[in-house]
Design a protein around this ligand. Structure first.
Ligand code: PCA
Length: 218
């Protein structure tokens, strides 16, 4: 594999909240080293910890100099690949992170803007996923826990790198997790992984995003 091949950075998370696995890392890991639209996928696992997750993400960006960064996290209870539209400048933890921290109403970045939009063509990604038979939605909130923290910090870190685009995707529980949460929706790791590959391929080849309604009333 050519060392000069451009890269995309794809991240997942360590297990948190009493789970023994995190499907985001399981799905991301399957794509490590694979090629997508002429780019090599570099996969990293971030800790589910406020602060440390972002430090590791920024170090990975420095190391890999990616053309695009897609961060992925578990959103237990959601039923589809959830393409996040916006990251907000607040940490408000309902459960402790993996280091026991529970920030309440603290900014991710002091003096940072209220929010950042995803750089990725989420509507084109939505259409491509649905066309491939993979359930997907646009999400209007990435929450206020470590995933939103990483998404906001990613977009803040990239604000002075105009050539590098960033975004975030939440994914449902795996079937094995859902078996422990009776009634909760799930998607297989294989399908999620294929969905992430399609999302990356679409993001790398879309110049102008599609105009498709994917809003919500609440
Ligand atoms: N999901 C959590 C943090 C890590 C993860 O995979 C979240 O949605 O904030």
């Amino acid at each position: 594999m050519s060392a000069r091949k451009p890269t995309v950075l794809l991240t997942g998370f360590a297990p948190f909240g009493g789970e023994s696995s995190n499907p985001s890392w399981d799905a991301v890991q399957r794509l490590a080293g694979k090629s997508v639209r002429g780019h090599r996928i570099v996969a990293r696992c971030l800790p589910c910890v406020f602060g440390a997750s972002l430090r590791e993400l920024r170090a990975a960006i420095r190391d890999t100099r990616p053309a695009l960064v897609l961060c992925v996290g578990q959103a237990g209870g959601r039923s589809q690949l959830s393409l996040e539209r916006i990251a907000i400048n607040v940490d408000d933890a309902r459960i402790p992170d993996n280091d026991g921290a529970c920030p309440i109403d603290e900014p991710v970045v002091a003096e940072g803007p209220a929010a950042y939009f995803s750089d990725l063509p989420i509507k084109a990604m939505l259409a491509a996923l649905r066309a491939a038979g993979i359930p997907a939605e646009v999400s209007q909130s990435a929450g206020t826990y470590v995933c939103n923290h990483v998404f906001y910090g990613l977009m803040h870190a990239l604000r002075r790198s105009p050539g590098v685009r960033g975004g975030f995707v939440h994914i449902p529980y795996s079937p094995a997790q859902a078996a422990q949460h009776p009634g909760a929706p799930s998607l297989s790791i294989e399908l999620v992984s294929e969905g992430l590959r399609i999302a990356l391929a679409t993001a790398l080849t879309t110049v102008a995003d599609s105009r498709i309604a994917a809003g919500a009333e609440h």
